[in-house]
Design a protein around this ligand. Structure first.
Ligand code: AMP
Ligand code: TRP
Length: 356
């Protein structure tokens, strides 16, 4: 499946410095440890691509705990959810031998480069970020933190530190990747070529997975009713029930039509992605059959998917020492790349190098 964004990433790093170019293009992405369980939208929209890209790219993936504290977090829960997020990423198929998996706060360069990027971002520019507007509207402007306001700029730093060519995310992150491109270009033109200008890696088919009860809104941890949200760590029975009670329409024909039949189309997308069967094949398979048959089969597909996922996640959680040391190794690898980029950015900005 092709990315929906054909623009090639521009590599603006200095050339000819004697260092071998990376054999593979680089990807970087992150996920917040805020909800406990990942939901089906996270998995299909992002994490599934992360797993696939390990084989073709030099891949860096992280649990973004610095981003998590832009809204209040209980410390014990944050710590537990950070390990839980890492365990779920491994259970989903990330392989520490084939990618670099780490926790954002273990690499101090993220906060350091974010400061530089903060100083390059216009106040109005940051004010236009739609995710901030949505989130701050929900909390009330007075309760929203300055951290929430600068959240996208920390994300910019995350991406630029690794000279990432591509950023695999769901559609809701597109604006943040656009901001990253703008700031990379601004920095490069003001101070000289320093950063790779990345492009989003967004798969059209799964860029937005919809709520099962209200297929006009994206599936999200802040869904209005939990019935529309598939958490991967829920009891498989609960998941089956939610699939079977998904909202469809009064028609009975199983056909992909995102406009006229958003509920059925969403189910077909999920079914197709999890099984590898094309939507056309599924339409044919269910010709003349009712929505009940589709939902019953999809419920089974979902149960077969989440059952081993839950077991594997638990196995990683049962051995926190191994998990922590794996994350420590990831952070070490990440830091070696991030430190080099930060040093170059600091130098370009005009900071006097610290003597060691
Ligand atoms: P978050 O849970 O906000 O940290 O999101 C993690 C990743 O999942 C991001 O790349 C999002 O774009 C992606 N994502 C979240 N919700 C959905 C959804 N409903 N459909 C597709 N991708 C999603
Ligand atoms: N903002 C992203 C989200 O909510 C998470 C994130 C943080 C991220 N840093 C990133 C995604 C860097 C891609 C690249 O999903």
């Amino acid at each position: 499946m092709a990315s929906s964004d054909p623009t090639p990433a521009a590599d603006h790093r200095p050339q000819g410095d004697g260092s071998a170019p990376p054999a593979r293009p680089r990807v970087l992405s992150g996920i917040q440890p805020t909800a406990g369980s990942f939901h089906l939208g996270n998995y299909l929209g992002a994490v599934r691509q992360w797993v696939a890209l390990q084989d073709t790219h030099d891949a860096f993936y992280m649990v973004v705990d610095l981003h998590a504290i832009t809204v209040p977090q209980d410390p014990a829960e944050l710590r537990a959810n950070t390990r839980l997020a890492a365990a779920q990423l491994l259970a989903a198929g990330l392989d520490p031998e084939r990618c670099t998996l780490f926790v954002q706060s273990h690499v101090p360069e993220h906060a350091q480069l974010a400061w530089v990027m903060n100083c390059l971002t216009g106040f109005g520019e940051a004010s236009r970020m739609t995710q901030f507007k949505d989130k701050s509207a929900k909390q009330g402007a007075d309760r929203a933190s300055v951290g929430l306001f600068t959240y996208p700029i920390l994300q910019v730093a995350d991406i630029l530190l690794y000279q990432a060519h591509e950023v695999p995310v769901g559609e809701d992150q597109r604006q943040h990747i656009e901001l990253t491109r703008d700031l990379a270009e601004r920095f490069n033109s003001r101070f000289g070529r320093t950063f790779t200008v990345p492009r989003p890696h967004i798969l059209k088919e799964v860029a937005k997975i919809y709520d099962l009860q209200d297929p006009s809104i994206k599936m999200s941890k802040s869904a209005s009713t939990p019935k529309g949200l598939i958490n991967l760590l829920d009891e498989p029975r609960t998941t089956a029930k939610k699939v079977k009670s998904a909202v469809t329409d009064t028609d009975t024909v199983i056909r992909y039509d995102a406009e006229a039949k958003p509920g059925v189309s969403n189910l077909l997308t999920v079914y197709s992605t999890l099984t590898g069967a094309s939507v056309a094949e599924l339409e044919q398979k269910y010709e003349g059959k009712g929505y009940g048959a589709l939902k019953t089969d999809l419920a089974e597909v979902m149960v077969d998917f989440v059952t081993p996922f839950r077991t594997r996640t638990q196995q990683y959680l049962d051995d926190p020492e191994t998990l922590d040391s794996l994350l420590a190794k990831g952070a070490e690898k990440a830091r070696s790349v991030a430190a080099e980029t930060l040093a170059s950015a600091y130098d370009k900005v005009g900071f006097v190098p610290a003597k060691h």
